[in-house]
Design a protein around this ligand. Structure first.
Ligand code: ADP
Length: 497
C-alpha cells in the first residue's frame, strides 16, 4: 500500500508542531536564549482547539532591565554603531532571505498560535520578507541636508538613530508586526527590545531565532514575551529606553504615553480604527462587495484598518446589504489548515465574549441583523460573519472598535453626507471610497480624516505607503519615508569657515 505524501499544509503544520514541541520557549537577551529571572512561564493556547501549545518564559521588570542593558551595549558597540550603511543593507537582505526561506513554517506557527487561516498567515509571512527588503534599501538613504547660508558658514544636518527602541506589538498579525518593528528600527541603526503579545508570541520567537542565524551582533534585537501591565509597562517606563513604538488598542496606547513621560522618550502609536468604506451608486459593485466582505472578515476582523463601517448610497443600500450578506455567508469558518477555510477563530474566549456583547448591543439598538448572530457549536473561539444593515452611525456598534467579523452597513444620501458621517468617529486610521467618478473620488479622499486611504480597493498595502492615524488612531507613521523620521533624530551642525 502506498501512502500519499503530506500536502504542503500538512507538512508545514508538522514542521511547526515539531518546533513548538522543542526546548522551552525562552527570552532572547544579548544574543542568548534565557529563562526569566523569576523562572515564571505562561501558557499559550491554540484558539482553534483551545488546547495548550506550549509554555513560554514570562519576562518581568528584571528581564526588561537586562534586555535594555544588552540593547544599550549593542547600540554603543562599533560592530553595530560603526557598521557601514551598505553592510547594514546586506544584514537586512540576509534576514529577508532567511524569512523567505521559512514562509511555510512561520505561517504554520502563526496559524497554530493565533488561529488565522493558513492562507492569511502565508500572505502575512510573505509580506515580511518584502518589508525587510524595503528597509534594506533605506539604510544608505537616511540623509541629512545642507542648509543655505551666507558663505562664511557651512550648516548641515545629520540624521542619527534614536538608540534603544522598546517595541510592543499585538497578537493580531504578530509575525508582520514584529517584522515591521525590527526592520524599521534596524535600518536606522537602532537596537530593539521587542515585547510580543502574551496571546500570540511564538512567531516573534521563531523570527528572532532566524535573525540570530544571520549573525546580527548580539543584543541588537532582544525579545521578551510577557504580559502588558508587567513587561510592557516596565518597557514603556524604562529610563534606559529612548523610544517606545506601540501597536494595540487606543486605551493601552494612552497608558503607554503616560508611562513614557518618565524620561520623555519618543513615542509612536498605531492604535484602533473604525474605517469608513464608502460605496457610491456608480461604483463597480462586484468588486466593492467582494472587497467589503474581505476587509471585515479577513483575520476574523481582528485588523485595526478593517472597513467595519460600510457606507452605502441610499439608492443601492438594500441591494448591497443583501449581496454583502450572501457573500459573507460563503466565509466558511473551521480548521485554519483546511483548504476551504476562510475564517479562523478569534484570539481568545475573552475576545469572543467581547464581540458577542457587541452583537447583542447591535440587536438591542434596533439595527437589522442580516447575517450571523448564531453561537458557534464546538471548540474554538469562532464567531461567524455578522452583518447589520440600516445602522445609524451614532450606534455603539458603529462607533466602537469591535475587532471581530461584524459589519455595520450605514446608508448615506450624497457626497457631503458620506464625508460627514465617515468623519464622525474618534478614529482616523484608514478609509476608502468606491466610485467611477474620478473627481468625486479625489474630493472624498481629501475630505476624509484618516492616515491611509484607498480608491476602488481596500486593505492593499505597500511598504512604501505610510501607515498611521489621524485623531485617536495614533501618533507618527510606519512605512514610507515618514517612518525613517520616526526612528531617527536630526542633529544640526554649524561650521565657521
Ligand atoms: P488586547 O487587549 O486586545 O490584547 P492591547 O492593546 O491590550 O490589546 O495589547 C497590545 C499589546 O500591548 C500587547 O503586547 C500587550 O501585552 C501590551 N500591553 C497591554 N497593556 C499594557 C500596558 N499597560 N503597558 C504596556 N503594554 C501593554
Amino acid at each position: 500500500m502506498t501512502v500519499a505524501p503530506p500536502s504542503p499544509a500538512e507538512a508545514a503544520r508538522a514542521q511547526a508542531i515539531a518546533w513548538i514541541g522543542q526546548a522551552p520557549k525562552r527570552l532572547l537577551i544579548g544574543g542568548q536564549w534565557v529563562d526569566a529571572v523569576s523562572g515564571k512561564t505562561f501558557e499559550t493556547l491554540n484558539p482553534a482547539t483551545e488546547q495548550l501549545l506550549c509554555r513560554v518564559a514570562e519576562a518581568e521588570q528584571a528581564d526588561v532591565d537586562a534586555a535594555v542593558a544588552a540593547a544599550r551595549k549593542a547600540f554603543e558597540a562599533p560592530s553595530w554603531s560603526a557598521m557601514s550603511p551598505h553592510s547594514r543593507t546586506r544584514a537586512l537582505l540576509r534576514i529577508a532571505d532567511k524569512v523567505e526561506a521559512h514562509i511555510p513554517e512561520l505561517a504554520a506557527i502563526e496559524s497554530l498560535d493565533n488561529g488565522m487561516p493558513l492562507w492569511y498567515a502565508t500572505a502575512a509571512a510573505t509580506a515580511c520578507a518584502d518589508i525587510f527588503r524595503y528597509y534594506a534599501g533605506w539604510c544608505s538613504k537616511v540623509l541629512g541636508t545642507t542648509i543655505p547660508s551666507d558663505g562664511s558658514t557651512l550648516i548641515y544636518t545629520l540624521r542619527e538613530p534614536l538608540g534603544v527602541c522598546g517595541q510592543i506589538i499585538p497578537w493580531n498579525v504578530p509575525v508582520l508586526m514584529a517584522s515591521i518593528k525590527f526592520a524599521n528600527a534596524l535600518c536606522c541603526g537602532n537596537t530593539v527590545v521587542l515585547k510580543p503579545a502574551e496571546l500570540a508570541c511564538l512567531t516573534s520567537i521563531r523570527l528572532a531565532e532566524l535573525i540570530q542565524e544571520t549573525d546580527l551582533p548580539p543584543g541588537v534585537i532582544n525579545v521578551l514575551p510577557g504580559f502588558g501591565p508587567t513587561a510592557g509597562a516596565a518597557l514603556a517606563q524604562h529610563l534606559g529606553v529612548d523610544k517606545i513604538a506601540f501597536t494595540g488598542s487606543t486605551a493601552v496606547g494612552k497608558q503607554v504615553v503616560r508611562d513614557a513621560t518618565s524620561n520623555l522618550k519618543k513615542v509612536t502609536l498605531e492604535l484602533g480604527g473604525k474605517a469608513p468604506n464608502v460605496v457610491f451608486a456608480d461604483a463597480d459593485l462586484d468588486k466593492a462587495i467582494a472587497t467589503a466582505v474581505k476587509t471585515f472578515c479577513g483575520n476574523s476582523g481582528q485588523v485595526c484598518s478593517a472597513g467595519t463601517r460600510l457606507f452605502v448610497q441610499e439608492s443601492i443600500h438594500d441591494e448591497v446589504a443583501e449581496r454583502v450578506a450572501s457573500e459573507a455567508a460563503t466565509w466558511k469558518a473551521g480548521d485554519p489548515f483546511a483548504a476551504d477555510t476562510k475564517l479562523g477563530p478569534l484570539i481568545s474566549a475573552r475576545q469572543r465574549d467581547r464581540v458577542w456583547s457587541y452583537i447583542g448591543a447591535g440587536q438591542e439598538s434596533g439595527a437589522a441583523l442580516r447575517l450571523g448572530g448564531k453561537a458557534w457549536n464546538g471548540p474554538g473561539y469562532f464567531v461567524e460573519p455578522t452583518v447589520f444593515d440600516n445602522v445609524k452611525n451614532g450606534m455603539k456598534i458603529a462607533q466602537e472598535e469591535i475587532f471581530g467579523p461584524v459589519l455595520s452597513i450605514i446608508p448615506f444620501k450624497d457626497e457631503d453626507d458620506a464625508v460627514l458621517q465617515g468623519n464622525e468617529t474618534t478614529y482616523g486610521l484608514s478609509a476608502a471610497v468606491w466610485t467611477r467618478d474620478v473627481s468625486r473620488a479625489h474630493k472624498v479622499v481629501k475630505a476624509l480624516k484618516a492616515g491611509r486611504l484607498w480608491i476602488n480597493t481596500f486593505g492593499e498595502a505597500d511598504p512604501a505607503m505610510a501607515f498611521g492615524g489621524y485623531k485617536q488612531s495614533g501618533w507618527g507613521r510606519e512605512f514610507g519615508a515618514e517612518s525613517i523620521e520616526a526612528y531617527t533624530q536630526a542633529k544640526s551642525v554649524m561650521v565657521r569657515l
